[in-house]
Structures are given as structure tokens and as C-alpha cells.
Design a protein around this ligand. Structure first.
Ligand code: ADP
Ligand code: MG
Length: 326
């Protein structure tokens, strides 16, 4: 047994009172979702500045990438790129290259040109394209219609009517940017989450972070809780943005091959090293479905998955056997 001198013991007990170090936590609504930052900092003032810097970065990316803002760089590309090659920022260029990478990796399940049809849905008002419109627009969904010139940093659409939307990776990318900002400020314990996309630095000071996976058909319940540190995690579900008509659930994840909402699973959770990857892959695996999805996950050594199928059964990839299922 270790003996402590009484004076030392007193100092140890009082130390927390002298130190200002603490957990800080703040939320903001940006990019159409709830952004939450939690971190540990020795100096609360600097900690709050760091959180503000993360929110500013989310706002900057929203201005640039939002399909709803007519003056965003993305909207400009959607308006002009079918006419001629457009000069774009190296940041947007890189995101388009990343998107192409995930399209190739997933056999086209991930495809930012889904928006050619996706933008005809309005999930709040229950608006959807009719069958004829879907059939006419379907040939426009193909990432190979996007021509990227790495030398000139230009983008061009090879067909009129092609539209793109980075909703499948933008939040993950923003989370990664936020984490990089915190790291630069020497923060060692932090969590950033943007709706379904989260990434954490370090642990929760001596114990893991605990991240819950929502039960898709019960807002009050968790399907599982994962103890995590130094990881990114994204969940894609059919319960976030959807409406029902004629017994069909129309939701915001589109199967590029059909132009319809992806069927087959209720939610997909992906674990990997960064949030762009987990964001892109959670959307992709949702499109691929449980069987083909797990085949892809097992091929990717740095990726694990938890899939909740249409019956509500929880399927896990081989690296997650010890999962705490609820
Ligand atoms: P959330 O936006 O709720 O985090 P996801 O990460 O699951 O959800 O991504 C869904 C978003 O991805 C949609 O809102 C849409 O912007 C985009 N998306 C939908 N289908 C595809 C697809 N097949 N490929 C790429 N992006 C898609
Ligand atoms: Mg996603």
C-alpha cells in the first residue's frame, strides 16, 4: 500500500479547487443540424474560444457548400458547370475528388449526382417527383458525368441537368476540420458531433466516451452504446428526414441506380479514423444494404459497422463482438 503524508493528501484533495480545468460543452444549430462540442481545457476562456472557432468553421463551410444558399460555391457549380468548366476553390475540388473516391470504392452507391433527383424531393412538405420525372432524370445520376481537371482545378458536368450535393460527406468533413482546429490548440480530450456524425479526441479523462446509437423506431431508446476513444462514428438512418405516402417511406438517402429512397435497412453506423470517411461510408452502406454492405466493411481493415436491418435486428462487423447491446 502506498502511504501518503497527511500534508500531501490535503494538497491532493484541494488541488481541484485551485485549478480551473473543466469540461465545457456548447451547442449551435448550423448546416441544418445540431452541432455539439464538448472539451476539457485548463483555461475555460481559451476553451470557449476554441469552441467558437469550431462553430465559425461550420458556418464557413455551410456558406460554401450549402445547396440551399444560392450564393454558395456549390450552387454556383450547379448553375454553371454544364455550360463550361468552372474554376473552383481547392477545398471544393478536394471534396469532389474525395466524393469520386467513395463512388469508386462503393461501386456507385455513393454518388453526389443523386441530387439530380434528390433535389426534387422536399421532405418537410412531402413533395416528390412523379414516376415519369424520375425515369427522365435517372440517366443524370452518374458520378462519371463530373469531369475534374486537377491541373486547372476546374469542374465540368458532361450533361445538362446534372446536380450535385455534398450532404453525404460535408458534415463529416466539417467535423474533421473542427477536430484539426482543436488539436492545433493542444486540446487532448474533445467530442464534436454534427447530427449523426461525430469524432472524438482522446478519452473522457480516464474512461472512454460513451456514444449511443439511436433505436430507429423509438426516439426514446438506444439500440446500443459504444465505449470509444480517438475515433469517428457516423449513423445514417431512415428516420431523420422522411415522409410516408401510400405506405412507402420516402427518406433522404437515395439509391443512385433507381432514384428511389434506399430500402433494406433502418440504420447504419460506421466507425473509422475520420468523420469524412464514416459519413461517406454510412450513407454508402445504407444504400448497399446489410449483405453487400458487410462484405465491403470486411474488406476495409480500418472500418467497423453496426447495421440495424428492416426487422430491427442488430448486425455487427467482425471487429465488434464485445458490443454492449441494449
Ligand atoms: P445525415 O445528413 O442525416 O447525417 P447521412 O449521412 O446519412 O445523413 O447522409 C444523407 C445525405 O446524403 C442526404 O441528405 C443527401 O444529402 C446525401 N445523399 C443521399 N443519397 C446519397 C447517395 N447515394 N450518395 C451520396 N450522397 C447521398
Ligand atoms: Mg453520411
Amino acid at each position: 500500500m502506498i502511504r501518503m503524508a497527511p500534508g500531501l493528501l490535503l494538497l491532493w484533495l484541494l488541488l481541484p479547487a485551485f485549478s480551473q480545468a473543466q469540461w465545457l460543452s456548447q451547442q449551435a444549430d448550423i448546416m441544418g443540424t445540431r452541432i455539439s462540442v464538448e472539451l476539457w481545457h485548463d483555461d475555460p476562456t481559451l476553451g470557449e474560444l476554441a469552441i467558437a472557432a469550431v462553430f465559425d468553421e461550420f458556418k464557413r463551410l455551410d456558406e460554401k457548400l450549402s445547396p440551399y444558399k444560392s450564393d454558395s460555391e456549390l450552387s454556383l457549380v450547379n448553375r454553371m458547370a454544364a455550360e463550361s468548366a468552372i474554376d473552383i476553390s481547392s477545398e471544393l475540388f478536394q471534396l469532389l475528388q474525395e466524393s469520386r473516391k467513395y463512388s469508386e470504392l462503393t461501386g456507385g452507391a455513393f454518388d453526389i449526382t443523386f441530387a439530380s433527383i434528390g433535389h426534387q424531393y422536399d421532405y418537410r412538405t412531402g413533395q416528390k417527383p412523379d414516376q415519369q420525372r424520375t425515369r427522365q432524370t435517372l440517366p443524370l445520376i452518374d458520378y462519371r458525368h463530373i469531369e475534374l481537371d486537377p491541373e486547372r482545378k476546374t469542374v465540368r458536368f458532361l450533361r445538362k441537368g446534372v446536380k450535385i450535393d455534398l450532404g453525404g460527406i460535408a458534415k463529416g468533413y466539417a467535423v474533421d476540420r473542427g477536430i484539426a482546429l482543436l488539436r492545433k490548440r493542444a486540446i487532448e480530450h474533445a467530442l464534436i458531433s454534427a447530427g449523426g456524425d461525430s469524432r472524438l479526441i482522446g478519452d473522457h479523462r480516464g474512461r472512454p466516451w460513451h456514444i449511443g446509437i439511436q433505436a430507429p423506431r423509438n426516439k426514446q431508446a438506444m439500440a446500443a452504446v459504444l465505449p470509444l476513444s480517438d475515433s469517428a462514428i457516423s449513423t445514417s438512418g431512415d428516420y431523420e428526414r422522411f415522409f410516408e405516402a401510400d405506405g412507402v417511406r420516402y427518406h433522404h438517402i437515395i439509391t443512385p441506380r433507381t432514384g428511389h429512397s434506399a430500402k433494406g435497412v433502418q440504420s447504419v453506423t460506421i466507425l473509422a479514423g475520420n468523420a469524412l470517411r464514416t459519413d461517406a461510408l454510412s450513407t454508402s452502406i445504407f444504400v448497399l444494404g446489410a449483405e453487400a454492405g458487410m462484405v465491403l466493411v470486411d474488406r476495409l481493415v480500418d472500418v467497423e459497422a453496426i447495421i440495424i436491418d428492416q426487422q430491427g435486428a442488430l448486425l455487427t462487423s467482425s471487429g465488434l463482438d464485445s458490443l454492449d447491446k441494449h
